[in-house]
Write a protein that binds this ligand. Structure first.
Ligand SMILES: Nc1ncnc2c1ncn2[C@@H]1O[C@H](COP(=O)(O)OP(=O)(O)O)[C@@H](O)[C@H]1O
Ligand SMILES: [Mg+2]
Length: 336
C-alpha cells in the first residue's frame, strides 16, 4: 500500500513504510541486547486542510510515529515526504524550514510548558528561535503583537501574557500549547493526545478550538488519541494502530459504521453509541490484557495474541494491508 486514498493531488504529508526501532542496551559494557520495534512499517498520508486521526491503545507506537514525523526521533527505515520534499534525513537549515511548517502539541500541557517562562514567552519562543537563525524577519514589536493576537485566537486574554503556567487551568495551559504551535503559522500540527489529560467538559472546548483554527488557517492535523470517541468529530479519516502497525484505515463514518478489523471492533465496543439501532447490531468485543511489549518480532499478525477471531494462519504469517475499496483498507486474514 502506498496511500490510503487514491486522490493524492493535494497531499501534504506522506509517510512510507516508516520503521522506528529502538535498541535496548544492557550489561556493564552496554551491549545491545534487544530491539523495541515501536513502529514497524506504516504508511499514511494527510492532505492539506485534512485531519487524520491515529488511534490505538497505549504502547501501540502513536507518539513514536508523531515524533519520527517531526524528526525528533530518527527513522530506522522508510520515508517522510512533507510538502513535496523528502525530509527523512535532512538536517540544518532544511530541517528547520520543515519544522517551521510542522509543529507539535503534546498531551500534558503542564509537563510540556516550561514553568519558569510566562505564557507570552512560551508562545514567542519558536518565533524567537527562528528569528535568531534568520529564518523569519519579525521585529520584537511584531513578535509581541503576534503573541497577543495568537492568545486571543486561542481564547486567552492578552492580559494573561505575563502569567506563569501554574496560574492557568489545564484547558488554558493547552490553549497556550496550541498558540505556541501556531506561532509560526505551520501547515501541519501533530497533536499527541491533546485532550487526554483534560476533563471531558474541557475536552470539547479544545476540540472545537482546533476545528476553528483548522478552518481559519487551512491546517492539517495528525490527531492522536487512544480512544475512538475523541477522534470521531474531528477527523475525516482514521488510521487504527496496533503494536507498531496500521491495521485498518478509512473515512470516519465508514469506519464507525462498518469496522473490519477485530481490533477496530474492539475499540468501537468501548465507545457508547446513542443510536440504539446501531447499538444492537454491533458486535461486542471486550479486550482483555494489554498491548504486548514490542521487543519481540512475532511471525504472524500483530493482534493474533488477543484477537477473538484468530485463525491458525494468523500466528504464522503477517496479513498484508489491502484496500477493500478506494479508501477502506485492512490488514486481516478474515478478508482474504
Ligand atoms: N525512546 C524509547 N526507547 C525505547 N523504547 C521506546 C522509546 N519510546 C517508546 N518506546 C516504546 O515503544 C512502544 C511504543 O511507544 P509509544 O510510541 O509511546 O506508544 P503510544 O504513544 O501509542 O502509547 C512502547 O512499547 C514504548 O515503551
Ligand atoms: Mg503516546
Amino acid at each position: 500500500m502506498t496511500s490510503l486514498d487514491k486522490d493524492s493531488s493535494n497531499t501534504l504529508l506522506e509517510v512510507k513504510n516508516l520503521k522506528v526501532h529502538f535498541p535496548i542496551y544492557g550489561g556493564i559494557i552496554k551491549k545491545q541486547v534487544g530491539t523495541v520495534y515501536a513502529v514497524d512499517g506504516i504508511n499514511f498520508e494527510i492532505k492539506a486542510g485534512e485531519t487524520l486521526g491515529l488511534v490505538g491503545e497505549s504502547g501501540c507506537g502513536k507518539s513514536t510515529t508523531a515524533r519520527a514525523v517531526a524528526r525528533l526521533y530518527d527513522s530506522t527505515e522508510g520515508q517522510i515526504i512533507f510538502n513535496g520534499q523528502d525530509i527523512t534525513h535532512v538536517r540544518g537549515q532544511v530541517l528547520l524550514e520543515a519544522r517551521k511548517n510542522m509543529q507539535m502539541v503534546f498531551q500534558d500541557p503542564y509537563a510540556s510548558l516550561d514553568p519558569r517562562m510566562t505564557a507570552g514567552q512560551i508562545i514567542a519562543e519558536p518565533l524567537n528561535i527562528f528569528r535568531r537563525r534568520g529564518l523569519i524577519t519579525l521585529s520584537r514589536q511584531e513578535i509581541k503583537e503576534r503573541v497577543e493576537e495568537l492568545m486571543e485566537k486561542v481564547g486567552l486574554s492578552r492580559q494573561y501574557r505575563n502569567r506563569y503556567p501554574h496560574e492557568f487551568s489545564g484547558g488554558q495551559r493547552q490553549r497556550i500549547g496550541v498558540a505556541r504551535a501556531l506561532s509560526l503559522y505551520p501547515r501541519l500540527i501533530l497533536t499527541d493526545e491533546p485532550v487526554s489529560a483534560l476533563d471531558v467538559s474541557i475536552q470539547s472546548q479544545i476540540l472545537n478550538l482546533l476545528t476553528d483554527l483548522q478552518e481559519e488557517f487551512n491546517l492539517s492535523y495528525l490527531f492522536i488519541a487512544h480512544d475512538l470517541a475523541v477522534v470521531e468529530h474531528i477527523s475525516e479519516r482514521i488510521a487504527v494502530m496496533y503494536l507498531g502497525r496500521i491495521v485498518e484505515s478509512s473515512h470516519v463514518t465508514e469506519l464507525y459504521k462498518s469496522p473490519l478489523h477485530p481490533y477496530t471492533e474492539a475499540l468501537l465496543s468501548a465507545v457508547p453509541i446513542p443510536d440504539p439501532k446501531v447499538e444492537k447490531t454491533r458486535r461486542r468485543i471486550i479486550l482483555t490484557g494489554d498491548v504486548p511489549s514490542p521487543d519481540v518480532l512475532r511471525p504472524g499478525c500483530v493482534f493474533a495474541g488477543r484477537c477473538p477471531r484468530v485463525l491458525p494462519k494468523c500466528r504464522e504469517s503477517l496479513p498484508v494491508y489491502k484496500m477493500m475499496d478506494s479508501h477502506h483498507g485492512v490488514a486481516c486474514f478474515l478478508y482474504d
